[in-house]
Design a protein around this ligand. Structure first.
Ligand SMILES: Nc1ncnc2c1ncn2[C@@H]1O[C@H](COP(=O)(O)OP(=O)(O)O)[C@@H](O)[C@H]1O
Ligand SMILES: [Mg+2]
Length: 228
């Protein structure tokens, strides 16, 4: 298994606290909520950033975590790799070009593993709907405490809705002051149609007096009651 190094930014204290709150809320969702999908309306809202920090945070707590970068069109995670990139990624495995062992990478954070997206394929949605994807998810579910899937925006492509039936729960990330209420409702409706439960919403890039700068905030319980 290849080991990769991922860039690590030192997060401000307040963001770290919000991440811990997000982690705690996820842990309290129950032992049957271990395979989670993260999505949002658009790109750039902060899915990949929050997902990566969340995975590290769960690993630091002693949970084994696998982050799957399912955005085969545009990968942010790949750009954060500061060591040699693995030859194969998700698209290679799903199209039958390599084995599972060749795509799961260890990271420098103990217990934190990742599958990068691989080369851009012509048919990402079809690959995500393939039998190989089901096989990958079944293996990961059996071998990690948490499997977190970073996905492309549901406002632009159908991919998150294709993956959701293989997951235990969905986290929707919304960028504060950017995504209109009606659009957020559309995202929720699209994900609800998959029958995979929405566990909560992360309101990201919130500016506030308390924080001065942007930070991520989890509103899981509040939104759960609202949308469920
Ligand atoms: N809470 C935050 N505060 C400030 N900047 C953020 C925050 N979350 C993400 N970003 C920045 O927003 C940009 C887009 O984030 P990214 O995670 O790539 O979004 P997505 O995966 O949804 O496309 C990145 O430059 C990232 O550093
Ligand atoms: Mg992303």
């Amino acid at each position: 298994m290849q080991t990769i190094s991922l860039m690590k930014e030192k997060l401000p204290y307040e963001i770290n606290e919000e991440l811990k709150l997000l982690r705690t809320n996820i842990l309290f969702c129950g032992a049957d909520k271990r395979v989670l999908l993260v999505t949002s309306a658009f790109s750039g809202e902060g899915k990949s950033t929050v997902t990566l920090d969340l995975c590290r945070s769960l690993a630091e707590l002693g949970k084994s975590v696998l982050l799957i970068d399912s955005d085969m069109r545009k990968s942010v995670l790949k750009k954060k790799v500061i060591s040699q990139l693995p030859e194969n990624g998700l698209s290679h495995y799903l199209s039958g070009q390599c084995t599972l062992n060749e795509v799961i990478c260890e990271t420098e954070t103990p217990l934190f593993y990742t599958v990068l997206n691989g080369a851009v394929p012509p048919n990402p949605t079809e690959l995500l709907a393939s039998e190989n994807m089901k096989r990958l998810m079944a293996f990961c579910r059996d071998n990690f405490d948490y499997v977190i899937i970073d996905s492309p925006p549901v406002g632009l492509v159908v991919d998150p809705a294709v993956i959701a039936p293989l997951c235990d729960g969905i986290l929707i990330l919304i960028e504060a002051n950017e995504v209109k209420y009606r659009l957020a409702q559309e995202v929720v409706a699209k994900m609800q149609a998959t029958n995979c439960p929405i566990l909560g919403v992360v309101l990201n890039k919130v500016s506030g007096k308390k924080f001065g700068k942007s930070y991520g905030k989890y509103y899981g319980k509040k939104y759960k009651a609202y949308y469920a």
